[in-house]
Structures are given as C-alpha cells and as structure tokens.
Write a protein that binds this ligand. Structure first.
Ligand SMILES: [Zn+2]
Length: 83
C-alpha cells in the first residue's frame, strides 16, 4: 500500500503542476486526465506508457487534458516519446 505522505507529493507526469493522484484499489488515478497508474510491489509506477487509459480514450492524444479543452494543455507529448 502507498502511504499518504507519498501520495500527497506524487503527480501525474503529464501535468505535474496541476494534478493530484487518487488511490483506487491497487492503482493511482490522475484526477485530471484519469490515467490509471499501476502500483508494483508497493511502488507507484508513474510512467505514462505503463498507465491504463480511461474509458473512451484509445490513445494519450484523446485525453481531455491533451486536447486543451480546459484551456490548460499538459506538457507537449514530445516529452514522453522515447528518444
Ligand atoms: Zn494526469
């Protein structure tokens, strides 16, 4: 289980300045983009490529925070592409 203090400082890598993560069962869910990050051996894996997309999204580009519909787009996706 992830302890509360750790949970307080964890942020979604897509938008570290605005997000909070909610503990749900055995994963962490971003309250902004709804990505679901797995917890492996008690450690949250905050890797976008490992995260599960929310219902209705088939790619990261379809996440609400990536479309900029709320006026505050996340960081450019190029930050997350493998080099
Ligand atoms: Zn997020």
């Amino acid at each position: 289980m992830v302890n509360q203090e750790l949970l307080e400082i964890l942020r979604c890598p897509l938008d570290p300045s605005h997000t909070k993560l909610n503990l749900e069962e055995s994963s962490l869910v971003c309250e902004r983009c709804a990505l679901r990050f797995p917890i492996k051996d008690g450690l949250p894996v905050l890797v976008v490529e490992e995260a599960q997309l929310p219902d209705g999204c088939s790619s990261l580009e379809q996440l609400p925070c990536q479309t900029g519909s709320d006026g505050k787009p996340c960081r450019p996706m190029k930050d997350h592409l493998p080099s």
